[in-house]
Design a protein around this ligand. Structure first.
Ligand code: UDX
Length: 443
């Protein structure tokens, strides 16, 4: 670390984003205090347990706790006393009954912290928020903090992907610093010094641009996925093959193959709610037309789930009642136990609603799935749920599903029928073993 003392950091909100940030920053050498209102979460983290599935993070939590640089608290007063730079990392889910983002946790974090801020500090928003939030919160801090306008707000959105959270935090593609002064930029540079030394580029900008970068990035990614899935719909209608189409598009450098994987589409705690909140906010700001295509992006994505259900039903001669279906996958993507807006569980629950006997297996998300969808049955392995199945449907592309031997599976199922919702399997290989193989966008 440099000769000027490193700032002491607090991380408010110890969910996915915050816990990862707190742990990684402590490993990188900062003194860090993690803050949350959820006492049980704080107790688990303090005892060395990461409350969610993220490869590599448990080992780093142990390392950070052993170093003595990482502690946790539920006290905002303690946080204010400790911190020079306060990171706000709480969630911004979709509001119930609306497409807008629910800002109650962000607001609560700022209004709980502010009354204790009696010296010059920087508060940094990392959560994904509607544009204009930072400006509003700047006023809240000025009004509520004893140090008044000595407390500054910056916005630095977080781009981490679940499953790659550690690497994305230590070696991000870029850091965006939305600031209102040179002092705020200098503080941010100090608070990210080791990450900057690894070579992460910085874009310095104003507060609204920093807020927009995040939703613009997620909207672009969602649009790219829905684009190839729209092509899948066309392919199905004309007897073309979307996998070959995507391979050919990917070879064009200007397009590239990332986020061009056709299939069941996107889910999770970010992409779906972020595009909806962005469209909603744009309408509020009078520029709804500029992003009205996001409604279409959402619509294409939802249709993929319905179409996957159709493919299963087609294999059952449109008689799903009583059929035994093995559903492989529950998490919204592999290497995660996150089931928020998971396409896999949406499909499984719809098939169950049609009267099918659906048995679900996922390598990491079973406990979460059981809690959210108690009406479904669950099994302990991919082969276990496939016993006697009329159709196997692959919904999340975990490596262990890709690697299953078609012959071993054939020995346990009732019928050799498989729907590959993620284009994860080799169609020719499965067909050569006598399987009826179906995938979205392929004839
Ligand atoms: C996303 C953004 O990538 C990240 O930058 C942001 O900070 C949070 O939102 P995450 O939700 O972890 O991250 O998942 P991501 O890996 O982006 O995948 C999102 C969804 O898109 C998954 O359901 C995935 O299965 C799906 N997807 C992805 C596709 O259907 N096709 C693709 O080609 C890529």
């Amino acid at each position: 670390m440099s000769s000027t003392p490193a700032p002491r950091l607090t991380v408010i909100g110890t969910g996915y984003l915050g816990a990862t940030h707190a742990i990684c920053m402590a490993v990188l050498g900062f003194e860090v205090l993690g803050v949350d209102v959820d006492e049980s979460k704080i107790a688990r983290l303090a005892s060395g347990e990461v409350p969610f599935f993220e490869p590599g993070l448990p080992e780093l939590l142990t390392k950070a706790l052993d170093s003595g640089r990482l502690r946790f608290t539920t006290s905002y007063e303690e946080a204010a006393r400790f911190g020079d730079v306060h990171f706000i990392c709480v969630g911004t889910p979709q509001q119930a009954g609306s497409e807008a983002a629910d800002l109650r946790y962000v607001d609560a974090a700022v209004t709980s912290l502010a009354p204790h801020l009696d010296r010059r500090v920087l508060v940094v928003g990392r959560s994904t928020v509607p544009v204009g939030t930072a400006e509003r919160l700047t006023g809240v801090l000025r009004d509520l903090a004893p140090a008044g306008s000595d407390v500054e707000l910056a916005w630095s959105p977080e781009f981490l992907r679940e499953g790659f959270a550690v690497d994305d935090t230590m070696h991000p593609d870029r850091l965006v610093f939305g600031v209102a002064s040179d002092w705020a930029e200098e503080r941010l540079r100090a608070a990210f010094r080791p990450v900057l030394e690894y070579g992460a580029p910085v874009v310095r900008t104003d507060l609204p641009t920093a807020e927009l970068v995040k939703v613009a990035a997620n909207s672009y990614l969602a649009t790219k996925i829905s684009y190839i899935n729209a092509m899948a719909e066309v392919c199905e209608a004309v007897g073309a093959d979307v996998k070959d189409l995507a391979d050919a598009l990917a070879l064009d450098d200007r397009i590239g193959g990332r986020f061009l994987k056709p299939g069941l589409g996107f889910g999770g705690g970010c992409l779906p709610k972020d595009i909806r909140a962005f469209a909603h906010r744009a309408e509020e700001m009078g520029v709804g037309q500029a992003v009205s295509f996001l409604r279409e992006v959402d619509g294409i994505n939802r249709r993929r789930r319905a179409r996957t259900v159709d493919l299963v039903c087609e294999l059952l001669d449109h008689r799903p009642e009583g059929a035994r279906i093995a559903a492989w996958g529950a998490a919204f993507k592999p290497n995660s136990d996150d089931i928020r807006d998971a396409p896999a569980l949406d499909v499984a629950a719809t098939l169950h609603g049609l009267g099918a006997d659906v048995r679900v297996y996922d390598p990491a998300a079973l406990d979460n799935a059981r809690r959210a969808f108690p009406q479904l049955s669950y099994g302990e392995s991919a082969l276990d749920v496939a016993r006697g199945a009329d159709v196997v449907v692959l919904l999340t592309e975990w490596a262990e599903f890709r690697e299953i031997d078609p012959e071993a599976l054939a020995r346990v199922v009732g019928h050799r029928r498989i729907v590959d919702g993620r284009h994860a399997l080799n169609a020719a290989q499965w067909r050569s073993h006598g399987w009826e193989y179906r995938a979205l966008g392929r004839s």
